[in-house]
Design a protein. Structure first.
Lengths: 185, 387
C-alpha cells in the first residue's frame, strides 16, 4: 500500500491511498502489459462477525474490507487542515491514529508525529511494539496487565504521509521508514 | 521642457513606490517564513513515499495542475518506484476536499470480486496467509478507473500530461530504487518471487536485481504511453485489457474482459465526525474510516495534551488508554464489510461515530489491561490483517 497527501495553492486537498495488499500482491505478472496483479480477495478471509467463525462466501462485485484511511481534518475557524493517510496493512489505522494524536493533541511537529515509534493491538488483544518504542512505557504497560504479543512481527511496514496547513504555514512530511521525502514551494 | 521634468518626476516616484512595494513584500514573506519556521512551505505541498514522486507531484502543481492532477501523477510514479506497494493492478481510494465549495467527497476504486472465482477460495485462507500468492486471489483492478473518475471530476491538466513524467522516468535510464531492492532481497519474499512470474521482471538469472541496477521495464512504459493516449478505457474495454486477461488466465486467473468493462469507481459521501476544533472526513466502508473515527472519538474524551506526556507516568497512561481503545476497535472491524454487497449491514458503521458509544467505551476503560477478551468483544476474532 502507498499513500499520497497533496495540498494545493487554493487550499484544496487530496488524500489518496492505493494498495497492493501484501508485498507484490498475488505475485502474478502480465508480461505484455507490465502490470503486477494484487491479491485483494485475501481480505475476504478476515470478514466474519465476532460471534461466529463462519466467513460468508464472496459476492461478485463485493469490495473486501480495508484498513485504508485517506483522511482530511479541517479546522475552519483556524484555517488549518491535516491531510493524512498511511500504508502497512493492518498497521495503517494504528499508525494514522497515533500520528493524529501526536500532532493535534500531544504537541509534536509533523515530522516527529510521523517518526514516533508506534504500538499496535492484534486480533488477539496482544500488544506489538515497533522497534525503538519507549522501553519505560512498555514496562509501565506490562505492569498494568497489558500482554505483549509473543510472536514479534518480522517487519513493521507502517508508513504515513501527511501535509499540515496552519494558516499561512504549510508543513509536509513523508515517512523515513520508507525513505520518503515530501516536496513543496 | 516642463512636460519633460514632470515625466521624470513621475518616473522617479513610480520607482520609489515600486521599491517600497518590493521591500514590504519581502518583509512580509520573510516574516512569514520566519514565523512558520525553515521547514515550512508557503503555497503548496506533496507528500509521497519517495522524493522523486513528491517532486513529480509538485511539478504538476507548478504547471497549474489541480491537487487531484498532482496526486494522480504522484501515484503513477509510485507504482514504478514502489511496485511492491501499489500499481495499475490494485485499487485506490481518494478523499478530496474542495476549498472553494468546502465539500468533501470520496472516490472508491477498490478492487471487486470477479463474476466467477474459485468456489473453494475461502477454504484456502489458512494456507494462503500471510502472503496470499496465486491468481485465485486477484480481484478486478480498480486503479486506473479511479484515476479517470477523479480526473474527470477534479482534473485541470490534460490526462496525458499526468503520465509524461513517469514515462520519461522509465525511458531515461530508470534504476532499481533502494527500498525496492530491500523487498526483492528479503529472505521471506525472495523464494516466492523466484517461483512466480515476477522472476522475469526482478531477476537476472538466479540473482535478484540490486539497488541501482538498470530497470527499464519497457512493457509498463508502453502501457503507460497507451493509457496516456487512449485513456483508462484502453485497459477496461480495449486491447490492453485483453492482453492482461490472457496473460493471467495462463496463471489460473478467472478474470474476464467483462469484469474489467463493468468495473465502476463509486463516488460516495465521506464519514464526517467532529474532533475538537476539527472535522474528520474519512472514507466509509469497506475502507477503514469508521474504525479510525471510533478510535479518535474515544481518545478525544481523555483530553490528552503535551503536558500529559511530559511525565513518564503520564505517557504510560496515554498509551494504556490507547491500547485499551485499540482493543475495542479490533472487535468492531467486522463492521467494515462492503455495504453494497451485504444489505443487512447498511450503515452499521455509523454507530461507531456516535458520542454515546464513545462515552460507554471510555467508562469501560480502567487502570487494568488484563480483562477477558469478551470485555472488548474480541472473542472469536482471528487475525485481522486487512490491507
Amino acid at each position: 500500500t502507498a499513500h499520497v497527501s497533496v495540498l494545493g495553492e487554493d487550499g484544496s486537498a487530496v488524500a489518496a491511498t492505493s494498495t497492493i495488499n501484501t508485498p507484490f500482491g498475488a505475485m502474478v505478472y502480465s508480461p505484455r502489459t507490465g502490470i503486477l496483479l494484487n491479491n485483494e480477495l485475501l481480505d475476504l478471509c478476515r470478514r466474519h462477525k465476532p460471534t461466529s467463525t463462519l466467513t460468508p462466501p464472496p459476492v461478485p462485485g463485493e469490495r473486501p474490507p480495508s484498513s485504508m484511511v485517506p483522511s482530511i481534518l479541517v479546522n475552519k475557524g483556524r484555517g488549518s487542515k491535516l491531510v493524512i493517510g498511511g500504508a502497512g496493512g493492518e498497521l495503517i489505522i494504528s499508525a494514522v491514529a497515533q500520528t493524529i494524536m501526536n500532532k493535534l493533541w500531544l504537541g509534536f511537529d509533523l515530522t516527529e508525529a510521523i517518526a514516533a515509534p508506534i504500538l499496535h493491538v492484534n486480533g488477539k488483544g496482544h500488544v506489538e511494539y515497533e522497534p525503538k518504542f519507549n522501553q519505560e512505557v512498555q514496562k509501565g504497560l506490562q505492569d498494568r496487565g497489558q500482554s505483549q504479543s509473543r510472536s514479534q512481527r518480522p517487519i513493521f511496514l507502517n508508513a504515513v504521509q501527511a501535509v499540515f496547513q496552519d494558516g499561512p504555514c504549510i508543513y509536509a512530511a513523508s515517512d523515513l521508514r520508507k525513505a520518503g521525502k515530501a516536496s513543496g514551494y | 521642457m516642463a512636460w519633460g521634468s514632470r515625466a521624470t518626476i513621475c518616473l522617479v516616484l513610480l520607482g520609489v513606490v515600486l521599491g517600497l512595494v518590493i521591500i514590504v513584500l519581502a518583509a512580509v514573506l520573510s516574516h512569514r517564513q520566519a514565523s512558520c519556521g525553515p521547514s515550512a512551505f508557503t503555497r503548496a505541498a506533496v507528500a509521497a513515499d519517495s522524493e522523486i514522486c513528491s517532486d513529480i507531484g509538485r511539478a504538476i502543481l507548478q504547471q497549474r495542475g489541480s491537487p487531484v492532477d498532482a496526486t494522480i501523477a504522484a501515484l503513477i510514479c509510485t507504482g514504478v518506484v514502489n511496485p511492491q506497494s501499489m500499481g495499475l493492478g490494485g485499487g485506490v481510494v481518494f478523499t478530496i476536499y474542495n476549498a472553494s465549495t468546502g465539500k468533501v467527497e470520496v472516490i472508491n476504486a477498490r478492487e471487486t470480486v470477479p463474476a466467477s472465482y474459485d468456489q473453494r477460495l475461502l477454504d484456502q485462507c489458512k494456507n494462503a496467509l500471510p502472503l496470499g500468492t496465486g491468481a485465485q486471489w486477484i480481484g478486478v483492478p480498480g486503479e486506473l478507473r479511479g484515476y479517470a473518475e477523479a480526473h474527470r471530476r477534479h482534473g485541470r491538466l490534460p490526462w496525458a500530461q499526468l503520465f509524461q513524467p513517469t514515462i520519461a522516468l522509465l525511458r531515461e535510464g530508470f534504476r532499481v530504487p533502494f527500498i525496492l531492492s530491500q523487498f526483492l532481497n528479503n529472505s521471506i519474499l525472495r523464494p516466492f518471487l523466484y517461483s512466480s512470474t515476477l522472476r522475469q521482471l526482478f531477476f537476472n538469472g538466479t540473482e535478484t536485481l540490486r539497488a541501482q541496477d538498470p530497470f527499464p521495464w519497457p512493457a509498463l512504459a508502453n502501457t503507460l504511453e497507451t493509457v496516456a493516449k487512449e485513456g483508462a478505457e484502453a485497459l477496461y474495454t480495449g486491447m490492453l485489457g485483453h492482453m492482461l486477461v490472457k496473460d493471467i488466465a495462463q496463471q489460473g486467473s478467472q478474470l474476464t474482459v467483462q469484469d474489467l468493462a463493468t468495473f465502476q469507481a463509486e463516488v460516495v459521501e465521506p464519514l464526517e465526525m467532529p474532533l475538537g476544533n476539527y472535522t474528520l472526513y474519512s472514507p466509509p466502508p469497506p475502507a477503514g474510516g469508521a474504525i479510525l473515527s471510533f478510535i479518535l472519538n474515544v481518545l478525544k474524551g481523555f483530553n490528552f495534551s503535551a503536558e500529559t506526556v511530559a511525565r513518564p507516568e503520564g505517557k504510560v497512561n496515554v498509551y494504556h488508554h490507547l491500547v485499551e481503545t485499540l482493543k475495542f476497535a479490533v472487535g468492531q472491524r467486522w463492521r467494515l464489510w462492503d455495504p453494497s454487497s451485504h444489505p443487512g449491514i447498511q450503515n452499521i458503521s455509523l454507530d461507531l461515530l456516535r458520542e454515546d458509544l464513545a462515552q460507554r467505551i471510555r467508562q469501560q476503560i480502567d487502570s487494568r489491561g488484563d480483562h477477558q477478551l469478551s470485555h472488548y468483544n474480541l472473542s472469536g476474532i482471528r487475525g485481522n490483517g486487512m490491507g
